[in-house]
Design a protein around this ligand. Structure first.
Ligand code: MG
Length: 179
């Protein structure tokens, strides 16, 4: 299998060419007009907000966990504990940038991401295009490598009663050639 163009490092030659990860997150919805509702780095207008220690961007948290999962690095709670005052109201794009830098340092890049928002409120459909653009810019990948979908639980359970929002994320990482 090894050829002259491949690294002679055993660790590099054993690193898988692809890594897949998934992430899942939920945050409680509250009515707090002064707190912005952030989803995928996009502010969704209205009185609703997501409760959390950071900015509670449920989509970016699920995505960060997917990226960490793909690298076998654990979850965002280990890196950004919600008991640490430094992360109070933190912009979750900073979490993504941190995790993305870990991915890049390990010799991988993001091939594509796919997100599914789950809930009744807010209505996600009018914001999906902007969320996709936000993610493509944040991750520096083409727009057609970002999937953003929305679904409901058909009014079942806590999400069906609009008590919160959930998000499921999938990511595919590819190893840089020669890395
Ligand atoms: Mg979270």
């Amino acid at each position: 299998m090894p050829d002259s163009e491949q690294s002679s490092s055993p660790a590099a030659s054993e690193a898988p060419p692809f890594r897949v990860g998934n992430g899942l997150d939920f945050h409680r919805l509250i009515e707090e007009p002064d707190r912005p509702l952030m989803i995928g780095g996009v502010e969704i207008p209205g009185v609703l907000a997501l409760q959390g220690h950071s900015d509670a961007d449920v989509l970016l948290h699920a995505l960060a966990d997917a990226m960490l999962g793909a690298m076998g690095l654990g979850d965002i709670g280990e890196f950004f504990p919600d008991t640490d005052p430094r992360y109070k109201n933190m912009d979750s794009r900073d979490i993504i940038n941190f995790v993305h830098s870990e991915v890049k340092q390990s010799g991988y890049k993001i091939a594509n991401v796919d997100l599914t928002l789950i809930g009744e409120r807010p209505k996600f459909t009018p914001h999906k295009a902007e969320i996709r653009r936000s993610l493509a810019a944040l991750l520096a990948i083409p727009l057609d490598c970002v999937g953003c979908k929305a679904t409901t639980t058909e009014k079942m359970g806590a999400l069906g009663r609009s008590e919160g929002v959930g998000c499921l994320a999938a990511v595919l990482l590819t190893r840089n050639s020669g890395g």
